[in-house]
Ligand binder design. Structure first.
Ligand code: ADP
Ligand code: MG
Length: 391
C-alpha cells in the first residue's frame, strides 16, 4: 500500500491523470498568498510582508517525447495544449496562458523544458486576490522543469519567470511578490521582500495560539485599475515635488517619516496623504517584521490597524465592505489586529485572532456584514504555509 496523499486535491489530480494517461505522474504544488502588511509600497521600491496560505495548486505531470504540452484544469473542466516548438499563442487572460507563458519564458531563458502532460487543480479561490495565478505559474513551472530533468530548481529564477509570464503572455503588470512567496515561502515564516533590491528575508512567525483569518468581501471593484494607475502617478508626483528639498531620493522608499514631517508643506492635498501612507507603511512593514521575529504580536496587530486606517483615509483604496469587516472584528475578544489586504476596492481582510475566538469573531463579522451588505463574507483560516514543492 502507498501512504495516503496529503490533500484530497493531490489525490484528485493523480486519479484524473491515471484515468487519462494510464501512468503514475509526479506531483507538485505551489501555494496562494496573503499580504500581512506593506500595501501599495511595491511600486514605490518599498517593502512587503506576505506569507503563503494553506491553499495550493496541484499539478500532476509526466514528460513527453515531443515538445507538446497538454494541460487539463479540473477546476474549469477545460483542456488546452500548445507546442513549445510552434508559435506562441496571443497574449490573453485565458487560463492556459499562465502555463504556456511560464513554459515559454523558461524555454527562452535556456532551460529547454520537455513536452509534458499536466493535470491541474486548486483550492485557492480564483480571482479572489489570493494569487491563484502565481500558484498556477509556479506549480506548473516547477513541474515542467522537474520532469525535464532539472532537479535543482532556482527558486528566484522560477519566480521571475512566473512574473515575466504574467507580464508578457497574460498582460498583467504584476510585481514580484506573489511569485516570490509562492516559490520560496517556508512553514511558519512570512517573507520580507525588498521591492528595490528584490532581496527576500524569511521572518519566523510561529502562531501557536493564534490563527490567521481571511475574510473575503466577494467584491471585485472595477475602480481598482484606474485608481491604481492614479495612485502610482500621485506617488511619482510626490517624489518629484519632494526632490526640491531631497534631491537624492529615487522613490518614496527613500523618504523617512522625519523627512516627510519637515517637507510636507511642499505637497498639495491629496498627494500629501498618498505620500504619508507610503512612507509610514514602509516603516510599519519593517517594524512588523521585527515585532514578528520577537514574537510581539500585539505590536504587529497595532501596526495592522494603523495600516488599515491609512489605506482607508490617506490612500483611499478601501471600500465600505472592507471597512465593515475590519470594524466588526476590531476590539472583539481575541482579535490582535485586522486590515484590508491587497490592492483594495474589494478583495479580503486579514485578521490575527486567538484560536479559541475564531468562531465568535467569524460570527460577529458575518452578522454586521449581512446587516449592511445583505450577504455573507467568505471565511478562510490559514497558517503560514510552505512554498512550492514536489510531493
Ligand atoms: P488571483 O491571482 O487573485 O486568483 P487572477 O485574475 O490574477 O486572480 O488569476 C486568476 C486566473 O488564473 C483565473 O481566472 C484562471 O484563468 C487562472 N487560474 C488560476 N488557477 C487555475 C486553475 N487551477 N485552473 C485553471 N485556471 C486557473
Ligand atoms: Mg493574480
Amino acid at each position: 500500500m502507498t501512504s495516503p496523499l496529503p490533500s484530497p486535491l493531490a489525490e484528485q489530480v493523480e486519479t484524473a491523470f491515471w484515468h487519462r494517461y494510464g501512468e503514475r505522474p509526479r506531483l507538485f504544488c505551489a501555494p496562494g498568498r496573503v499580504n500581512l502588511i506593506g500595501e501599495h509600497t511595491d511600486y514605490n521600491d518599498g517593502f512587503v510582508l506576505p506569507m503563503a496560505i494553506d491553499r495550493s495548486t496541484w499539478v500532476a505531470a509526466t514528460p513527453r517525447a515531443d515538445r507538446r504540452v497538454e494541460l487539463h484544469s479540473l477546476n474549469l473542466h477545460a483542456r488546452a495544449h500548445f507546442d513549445l516548438d510552434g508559435p506562441a499563442g496571443k497574449q490573453s487572460h485565458q487560463w492556459s496562458a499562465y502555463v504556456e507563458g511560464i513554459a515559454r519564458v523558461l524555454d527562452k531563458w535556456g532551460a529547454r523544458p520537455k513536452g509534458a502532460n499536466l493535470v491541474i487543480a486548486t483550492d485557492i479561490p480564483l480571482g479572489a486576490g489570493l494569487s491563484s495565478s502565481a500558484a498556477l505559474e509556479i506549480a506548473a513551472g516547477l513541474a515542467l522543469l522537474s520532469v525535464s530533468g532539472h532537479e535543482e530548481v532556482d527558486r528566484v529564477q522560477l519566480a521571475r519567470a512566473g512574473q515575466k509570464a504574467e507580464h508578457d503572455y497574460v498582460g498583467t503588470k504584476c510585481g514580484i511578490m506573489d511569485q516570490y512567496v509562492s516559490a520560496m515561502a517556508r512553514v511558519d515564516h512570512a517573507l520580507l521582500i525588498d521591492c528595490r533590491s528584490l532581496d527576500a528575508k524569511q521572518i519566523p512567525m510561529k502562531l501557536t495560539d493564534h490563527a490567521l483569518l481571511i475574510l473575503d468581501t466577494g467584491v471585485k471593484h472595477e475602480l481598482a485599475t484606474s485608481a491604481y494607475n492614479q495612485r502610482r502617478a500621485e506617488c511619482e508626483e510626490g517624489t518629484r515635488l519632494l526632490r526640491r528639498a531631497l534631491p537624492n531620493i529615487r522613490a518614496l522608499r527613500d523618504v523617512t517619516p522625519k523627512d516627510l514631517e519637515q517637507h510636507e508643506h511642499l505637497l498639495p492635498d491629496p498627494i500629501r496623504r498618498r505620500v504619508r501612507h507610503v512612507v509610514h507603511e514602509n516603516e510599519r512593514t519593517l517594524r512588523a517584521s521585527r515585532a514578528l521575529k520577537e514574537g510581539n504580536l500585539t505590536e504587529v496587530g497595532r501596526l495592522m490597524a494603523e495600516s488599515h486606517q491609512s489605506l482607508r483615509d490617506d490612500y483611499e483604496v478601501s471600500c465600505p465592505e472592507l471597512d465593515t469587516l475590519v470594524e466588526a472584528v476590531t476590539g472583539q475578544p481575541g482579535v490582535i489586529g485586522s486590515r484590508m489586504t491587497g490592492g483594495g476596492f474589494g478583495g479580503s481582510t486579514i485578521t490575527i485572532v486567538r484560536k479559541d475566538a475564531v468562531e465568535s469573531v467569524i460570527a460577529k463579522a458575518t452578522e454586521l456584514f449581512a446587516q449592511r451588505h445583505q450577504r455573507d463574507p467568505r471565511a478562510l483560516l490559514t497558517t503560514a504555509a510552505a512554498g512550492a514543492r514536489e510531493l
